[in-house]
Design a protein around this ligand. Sequence first.
Ligand code: MG
Length: 258
Amino acid sequence: MIAIRSEREIALLRQANQIVAEAHCAAKEALAPGVTTREIDKIVEAVIRAADARPAFKGYRGFPAATCISVEDEVVHGIPGDRKLCAGQIVSIDIGACYKGYYGDAATTHCCGAVDAERQHLLDVTDLALSRAIRAARTGNCLNDIGVVIEKTSRDAGFDVVRDFVGHGIGLEMHEEPQILNYDNGSPGPRLKTGMVLAIEPMVTVGSGTVRVLKDGWTVVTRDGKPSAHFEHSVVVREEGGEILSWADTLRWGDRSD
Ligand code: MG
């Protein structure tokens, strides 16, 4: 069963996601060569707690931090620590918050200093894939339409998608039905209805989308060691396409018009 949220619930989900968006803006301000991923995590956690919310990732199945920070070939679930960021790296930041029992979840990938053309292209394409997927999250479409557009956008650019990790419904739990694949699974799946709330999160790779998990039990990396990007928004299914709940005015990801 995919939950249909009332406008009252959607307002609470928007509040949770706006706390996530605010934390993303603070993380972006802090991100620079020489900064450790732990320092960014502390800033994120402080923003969430100052808003009377709870960092949703901290303690989730034992995850030790408020933020997942995944650098370069790390796809998702990187654990913040003493590692210093370097110029030229791409850095994915994923943040979750729980506010009054409702969850927010969003991710974006930043450049640390200047990055090469291939990495910039990867970020542009992943952002475009998310933007198109959000437009596909409209009433009457099928769930698989989202995976189709993410896979096509990525492959048309010569990139691959990660198949082992997926997006999800979100609401009173961080992960609810349905699973949202980043590829065409060959069957239409359920019809999207107004009021469904979906965390759509393409993970796109320069090389193969095949991944493995490091010995820390969390960090997901590409098997070929090539860079990976991750963009995510929590959106409400609407007649005109997905309404972004985690929109951040100063960062503006997920809104490519092409
Ligand atoms: Mg998510």
